[in-house]
Design a protein around this ligand. Structure first.
Ligand code: AMP
Length: 394
């Protein structure tokens, strides 16, 4: 049996337990970006068209214990605003069975279970905890694409509490799977993969998998300096992971065998220290002088990368080209975001930071697909099986 989708369920009047990824950035109780909440609305609205007995669960951050800063309260308020229904926050889902609450609710009220990671059984994928939460529900729906790479109680053990006909994936998961699988199956050439961000280790799996499919690999962010250093180019005080040279070597070996072109920065914007207030220093050569650390790609690199991007028919982008959170070192990333947006080929952006960056550059609407799941989309693109999807397909 394949993956069952929300459309296949007869939800009329039934009790639905819905796992979402509402893990949004929150500062001082205020939501900074509600993209993930908005992405969940089609699934919620579909369910509410058929039944008002809906309990939603999600994680928020990585709380060690119950802490106010990780409460879903602001998320409940935002959901309520967007949906026009009352959202009742349920503090406890073990001693207080969520499904037993429906009898006490007024019309147009739905349940939001407090941060599911406040409960010990969640990250342990504990079947007993899962049973407690899931009891009394008729259907389980998972639309938390950003969490399907984790085998936790709300993504796996709870799904297992329902038979195959009573558990399904929501619209967001379907959209993500369709977009990512299309990219993996038939990417039109030239296919360019743009990788940036902090660490080689985080991206190496995707790079090794995609090097078998792409024509160009553009490298930026801190990881570019590990690549440059491996090529024998001095990178000053830039961040280098020397213990990852063997991984870099395997990228080059595969690239050579498949005639994939690897593009590295030819100039940089550097600083004397890793500090938001540090003065940006332009370096117009690949070599970075001693004592300076590169924090962004330079204008010549942007020009070269833009050329490759505009000639591409498929683009996958994951990870910023520099420390884009700091305005003095964001120019390279923003220029690349705009170049990807202008590309007439298929464009897919994945990974939490790249998504924030694309929104910051104001070009989110111009991408063909923005993946909401950072780790999940990376593991999908690595070709790994995702536990939260696998359990729904069995
Ligand atoms: P990732 O989550 O792996 O995509 O990494 C994103 C992080 O990498 C962002 O917080 C960036 O600030 C950081 N980053 C990008 N370029 C650099 C750089 N040249 N040096 C240090 N950190 C960087």
């Amino acid at each position: 049996m394949g993956l069952l989708f929300l459309d296949n369920l007869d939800l009329a009047g039934k009790k639905v337990l819905l796992r979402l990824d509402l893990n949004v950035p929150i500062k001082n109780g205020k939501i900074k970006d509600n993209t993930r909440i908005k992405a969940a609305l089609p699934t919620i609205n579909h369910i509410l068209e058929h039944t008002d007995k809906l309990a939603i669960m999600s994680h928020l951050g990585r709380p060690k214990k119950r802490e106010t800063e990780f409460s879903l309260e602001p998320v409940g308020a935002e959901l309520s605003r967007l949906l026009g229904v009352d959202v009742v926050l349920l503090d406890d889902c073990v001693d207080q069975s969520p499904s037993a609450m429906f009898g006490q609710l007024r019309p147009k009220q739905i349940i939001l279970i407090e941060n599911i990671r406040f409960f010990e059984g969640e990250t342990k994928n504990d079947p007993e905890f899962a049973k407690e939460v899931a009891k009394g529900f008729d259907f389980y729906v998972n639309d938390a694409f950003g969490a399907v790479h984790r085998a936790h109680a709300s993504t796996v053990a709870m799904a297992e509490c329902f038979d195959k006909k009573h558990r399904a994936a929501g619209y967001l998961i379907r959209e993500e799977i369709d977009a990512l699988s299309a990219l993996m199956k038939q990417p039109k050439a030239p296919f360019t993969v743009i990788v940036g961000g902090a660490k080689v280790a985080d991206k190496i799996g995707v790079m090794l998998n995609l090097i078998n499919k792409c024509n160009h690999m553009i490298i930026g962010g801190a990881m570019a300096y590990t690549f440059l250093k491996y090529r024998g180019i001095e990178v000053g005080a830039s961040r280098v992971e020397e213990d990852k040279f063997s991984l870099v070597e395997s990228i080059y070996r595969n690239a050579e065998a498949r005639k994939v072109q690897i593009h590295l920065p030819v100039d940089h914007v550097a600083a004397e220290k890793f500090d938001e207030q540090a003065a940006p220093i332009n370096i117009d050569s690949p070599r970075i002088p001693e004592g300076l650390m590169a924090l962004d790609i330079g204008p010549e690199t942007v020009k070269e990368y833009k050329k490759v991007i505009s000639d591409s028919r498929t683009i996958l982008w994951n990870g910023p080209m520099g420390v884009f959170e700091w305005p003095a070192f964001a120019k390279g990333s923003i220029a690349i975001a705009k170049a990807v947006a202008d590309c007439s080929g298929k464009t897919l952006v994945g990974g939490g930071d790249s998504v924030a960056l694309v929104q910051q550059a104001g070009v989110g609407d111009q991408m063909d697909h923005i993946s909401t799941g950072g780790g999940a989309s990376i593991e999908f693109l690595e070709g790994k099986s995702l536990p939260g999807i696998k359990v729904l397909s069995e």
